[in-house]
Design a protein around this ligand. Structure first.
Ligand SMILES: Nc1ncnc2c1ncn2[C@@H]1O[C@H](COP(=O)(O)OP(=O)(O)OP(=O)(O)O)[C@@H](O)[C@H]1O
Ligand SMILES: [Mg+2]
Length: 360
């Protein structure tokens, strides 16, 4: 009977969604569950129990230090955080003493959780707040500028008709009108960026969005002799996403690639099914990689490309990638880039298969 009870407790610990680890007063590992191994990224060995905990967690001296100090503390940390050196993962933990029937301290236990994903979400929220502040200002300005701009365009048109016999004045006015049109296009883009995204979520084939984007990008930038290599397996899972927004996402990425490449070279787009390792369960996702053979970017540019209005182009508005990021966020996905001067640029987007089901 006692055996059954033991087993039951072991099952509880094994099935816990937190990492659990217990050790005796002399530092011997008495219990550790699978989640703990996963978070610490340590390969389980049958012989681990009974070993010094410092040996099993040799890759994590910062954790061992916490474990060692517990018996000397007056107050145990109730909720503390620790960054694991090798992986950069952040864990949140609590410690508890283990006492025997007589109340003597015979060991200690650590309960912990992987906070990395929580941190990422917080980071994203901070960014969203920042974007919201910038966005509000941009919207106000765009709104104020729109009417005078329309006025300039109309009046320049009227004037052009009045000076039909003065070719020089005609051509100046034509320039004014086209500049006003361009400014108006930027204002439209700003307003587009600021408008909150409402996803029309449906089962979406990423491949379809990529194909539409390849066509659409031709209308936005000069492709010249650039070849496009699309490798998207037919069996890719469909995702819960907004077909139209995803098309815009890939269009903006392709437009940047064309603009970077000056009419020569190759753009490679590939997609594959992946499993994201974020938290106990993990999630299915589609990973899209878009690589160009353009000039790449130095680190200080790469750090800022997602900022709204950051551009290095004389006629850019700097909103292309800010919009991309907004769309990725709305799909609960991630985006990052790898680039270096002279090495081209590769953008990686992950889109969870069911990420945005509740974002409607
Ligand atoms: N594929 C790329 N290769 C090299 N540089 C890039 C690439 N994609 C983006 N960049 C850099 O990032 C900056 C910001 O890109 P983003 O798409 O946000 O704005 P933009 O292209 O300048 O203007 P817009 O897209 O609004 O017309 C670009 O100005 C460029 O310096
Ligand atoms: Mg762009």
């Amino acid at each position: 009977m006692a055996d059954d009870g033991d087993r039951f407790f072991r099952y509880i610990v094994a099935g816990m969604r937190n990492g659990v680890l217990a050790y005796t007063r002399d530092g011997t590992l008495a219990l550790i569950n699978e989640e703990a191994y996963r978070i610490f990224d340590v390969t389980p060995r049958r012989t681990d129990l009974g070993q010094p905990v410092a040996d099993v967690l040799r890759a994590h001296p910062e954790v061992v230090r916490v474990l060692n100090s517990v018996f000397d503390l007056h107050f145990l940390p109730n909720r503390a955080e620790l960054r694991l050196r090798p992986s950069g993962r952040v864990i949140g933990y609590t410690m508890a003493l283990v006492r025997d029937d007589a109340g003597r301290v015979v060991g200690a236990a650590m309960f912990f959780k992987d906070l990395t994903r929580v941190e990422q979400i917080e980071e994203r929220e901070r960014l969203r707040d920042r974007l919201a502040a910038v966005g509000e200002m941009a919207a106000a300005i765009a709104h104020e500028v729109k009417n005078p701009l329309a006025g300039i365009e109309v009046m320049a048109g009227l004037l052009r008709r009045k000076v039909a016999d003065l070719p020089d004045a005609q051509s100046l006015l034509t320039d004014i009108i086209s500049e006003a049109k361009m400014a108006n296009a930027i204002v439209q883009e700003v307003l587009e960026f600021v408008r909150p995204i409402r996803l029309q979520v449906e089962r979406t084939a990423v491949r379809q969005a990529i194909q539409s984007a390849v066509q659409l990008a031709d209308t936005k930038a000069r492709r010249g002799d650039i070849s496009i290599d699309v490798q998207v397996p037919g069996a890719l899972p469909e995702i819960q996403g907004d077909q139209h927004q995803l098309t815009q996402l890939f269009t903006n990425l392709l437009t940047n690639a064309y603009e970077a490449m000056d009419g020569r070279g190759r753009v490679a787009i590939s997609a594959q099914a992946v499993r994201l390792d974020d938290g106990a369960e993990g999630r299915d996702a589609v990973l899209v990689e878009l690589a160009d053979e353009g000039p790449g970017m130095p680190q200080d540019v790469a750090d800022r490309v997602f900022d709204p209005f950051f551009t290095t182009k004389s006629h850019g508005s700097g909103l292309g990638l800010a919009i991309v990021r907004k769309i990725v966020d709305a799909h609960d996905g991630t985006i990052d880039l790898r680039t270096a001067p002279g090495r081209g640029t590769m953008i990686r987007v992950t889109l969870p298969v069911t990420g945005s089901a509740d974002a409607v």
